[in-house]
Design a binder for this molecule. Sequence first.
Ligand code: SF4
Ligand code: SF4
Length: 320
Amino acid sequence: MENLDKCINCHLCRDNCDFLTKYGIDICDTDRLRELAYHCFLCGKCTSVCPVGIDGREIIMEMRRERASSDERTSIEDAYKGLISEKRNYRFRNWKHVTSGSIFFPGCNFPSMYPKTNKMLSKLFADNGIGTVYECCGKPVAELGLAEDEERIINSIREKLREASVTEIVTACPNCRDFFGDRLGVKVRSVYDKLSELGAGKTVKGDIELYLPCPDREKKLWVEELRPFVEGEIRINDSAQCCGLGGSAISCERELADGFVKKLGESIDDHIFTYCASCVGRFRRSGLKPVDHILPFIMGTDEQPDTLKSYLNRVMTKVK
Ligand code: SF4
Ligand code: SF4
């Protein structure tokens, strides 16, 4: 585990995190933190504010991996059996349309929430020789600390890409892109970057307010890549620590997760965009109406998230 001796006990991690505040602990309080490892949203805020470079998120991930490889494994798997049964060996996987060169990888949630826009993107990409692959990147399972499953999923995707001579993955989900990083040996880019290259997509009129999903909050790669599609200014709203879905912590910390949504709701001027379908689903299901995914507006469908039939839409990706 990372050397915590350099911690200067400044409490900045605690002051910036509702979870650490609730339990009155800092990242260096490892005994208590280990007990509470599955209560953390893995949002990375503690990592970004630590003045001495301690990676709190990674420390908690290591704690989860330790616990998931101990005799606690069965109870952990039991607690998250719904997620594991869908994503450990992704049920709705579909590689029928894989193409050599570039593929479109929309992930699990974008096609679930925005089937019409996803269909339009798949058609646009198919017209440009880019096939669509339905697969889970493995992040939700990896975040439970199931390291062997994580390794197996990454190896399996890497092997399929190699067999099909894929050299580039176009992602619609910032979690997929962040999780893959450079682990697959192929270029991983955002859908906005690819749309710019193809000269496709409309411009969203006026200034916008933007909520950044956790994996892009520090690097802001996606913000830069979607900037060409926004006519006016992008105002970043960082009032919520996470949408509440991060790290599957919501099952332990429902109240904190609802508090994040409340904070965002109170801070929105009029309307807010984001670029993560999971975040939109979470906000909309919690009753926060003025939150939209920006991609349907760039594609001109102005599609609203299908929170009622999202599971069915995901099932359908298997037979596309
Ligand atoms: S990763 Fe997020 S929720 Fe977890 S301790 Fe750090 S700031 Fe708090
Ligand atoms: S922010 Fe960093 S240095 Fe400060 S208490 Fe937390 S872990 Fe220690």
